[in-house]
Design a protein. Structure first.
Length: 220
């Protein structure tokens, strides 16, 4: 039984996404499936790492809604550990992805999303003007993901979620240059207004300038 077959078995055995169900003891499961206990443990760990199931001691196993990001995050984390230049390659992918899907994303945003974008800008600006200054990283992440959160494409959103995990892994979330951060949030405020007004051409121009600012930061 390969990994895919085992994953399918888990989802057939645990039908509800909201309830944990106990699996048979690994020894019994080994006999039933015809694979070794060590292989079962390995495949269960892979399923957990890919975000396919949640396992709780004494409660059992429950399937999770499919998400693309856990697999990408795991692979990308390994890649960046081997060579930090891989982050810049993934950044280029993210830049092109956001540009390509911006128009499609903006037209399906709802009033609640507009309010969220405005609240995130205000929260970020308050942190930057506070004493002491605080880095609004969580607002930065949520802002971009909010723009694309209505896309009916889990692969796009999965890649974007993986990017922000990598952003944290390489330490960009702890950057402390106040002028840079203030410029970033000027762009975000402008981008929020463009999204709310569904001004696609202006939004794309702001995105381009925003990414140029980030690239300048990386090479400086």
């Amino acid at each position: 039984m390969d990994h895919l077959e085992f994953f399918q078995y888990l989802h057939q055995t645990t039908q509800s996404d909201s309830e944990y169900e106990k699996l048979p003891a690994l020894k019994d499961l080994s006999v039933e499936l015809g694979i070794s206990v060590s292989s079962l443990r390995e495949q269960l760990e892979v399923a957990k790492a890919l975000g396919l199931v949640d396992v709780k001691p004494r409660l059992g196993v429950r399937p999770l809604p499919y998400s693309f990001s856990p697999a990408v995050i795991t692979s990308l984390s390994y890649a960046i550990q081997q060579d930090s230049d891989y982050f810049e390659q993934f950044l280029d992918l993210r830049r092109n992805l956001e540009n390509a899907y911006f128009a499609q994303a903006v037209v399906v945003l709802r009033e609640s999303d507009y309010e969220e974008l405005i609240d995130l800008v205000q929260s970020a600006q308050a942190k930057l003007r506070g004493s002491p200054v605080r880095i609004p990283h969580e607002e930065h992440r949520k802002f971009h993901l909010t723009i694309y959160n209505r896309l009916n494409n889990i692969f796009v959103t999965g890649l974007l979620e993986a990017y922000w995990n990598a952003y944290e892994a390489v330490g960009l979330n702890v950057y402390a240059d106040l002028d840079y951060l203030e410029n970033v949030w000027v762009y975000h405020e402008q981008l929020a207004n463009a999204a709310i007004n569904r001004d696609i051409s202006l939004g794309l121009e702001i995105l381009r300038e925003h990414f140029d600012l980030l690239m300048d930061r990386l090479v400086s």
